[in-house]
Design a binder for this molecule. Sequence first.
Ligand SMILES: [Zn+2]
Length: 425
Amino acid sequence: MNEQLLRAIEGRRDDLVALTADLIRFPTVNPPGEAYTPCAEFIAARLRRRRFETRLIRGEDTPGDNDRYPRTNVVARFDGRVPGRTVHFNSHIDVVEAGEGWTVDPFGGLVRDGRVWGRGACDMKGGLAASIIAAEAFMDVYPDFPGAIEISGTVDEESGGFGGVAYLAGQGFFSKPRVDHVVIPEPLNKDRICLGHRGVWWAEIETRGAIAHGSMPFLGDSAIRHMGAVLSAFEEELYPALDRKRTQMPVVPEGARRSTMNINSIHGGQTEDFFPGLPAPNVADSCRLVIDRRFLLEESLDTVKQEVVSILDRLKRERPKFDYAIRDLMEVLPTMTDRDAPVVEAVAHGIRAIFGREPDYVISPGTYDQKHIARIGHLHDCIAYGPGILDLAHRPDEWVGIDDMIESAKVMAIGLDVLLRGAAA
Ligand SMILES: [Zn+2]
């Protein structure tokens, strides 16, 4: 094991803690996209001191981008003395709102009990700080290393990543030959490698009817009752069918190792705003439902859609006056990096070295920025690996363990050693 590299990380413990706390103190809440520019500038200033070339890149005209809330990303690159491969660490700097129930200041950067506390501590400013420390330690121990290291802090992951990784991928920042390997330090736990995620299809279904007075509903046609028929068919046919579809993808938690569908919202009838709580006595002429279908590598998006459409078409044939419209809202294909991909093997080597055990290989039930790197950047040597416990993300009193950050920084540094210097994996 490379003792010198590991000592270099240990020696940066205070720096790692201070950096994490400093990052938490930028309240980069999304929406609306608060404090992105000062946070990106802070990261750039730190890396410039380490002779990284840094660029601030605004996701122009992406959702939410305006002069008050610019979508400011930072991309930093350090080229070694000889050409070689490029390893990129990508972290999102945005966090979700603090919400209620905190016993500490969510943006105070409190350090206590071996943990750093605050919104974004685990998701994912702790991971960003660990990757910076890993890179800096590696560069100090091996000043002549071949290849290049990139570190980015990107925005809007929590709202789809359009002004962040998707925008940068569209500009070529996540493609060969510029970049070869990507690590996203999301909080998947220090001894697990996340290979990818399930697919997503969001769609809006609308049923239509005819408006009439609520005292004489037989004169109209209720869109809500038509939607009720859709929901019954989902309960009787679709949900049991989805439950039966199991996947070979190692999704965690295990309950997500199959197809799932949530109903995100349902709206029908007239507004209740006019008389609070008292909608007008009308038969509803429209009802809208948004479904959130998560699908598996074993399924095609066409089949996923067809299952829903065939139920709607059958209702149209069998149920008098039933009519519907369906509209796609979001489509993300499932992705899973091969276990023998270089970045997977390099990080697995680091986990074996630090923890003396095989890594767990997992798949995320939901998506994250890897989707854009795969689809827009066409780069498939990409994983999520970082400190922190996913269950703490987005909750009150979020924290990240200092030892966990140190250990995962060691794993990342060993990964760099394998990928750039060809240390034996
Ligand atoms: Zn995250």
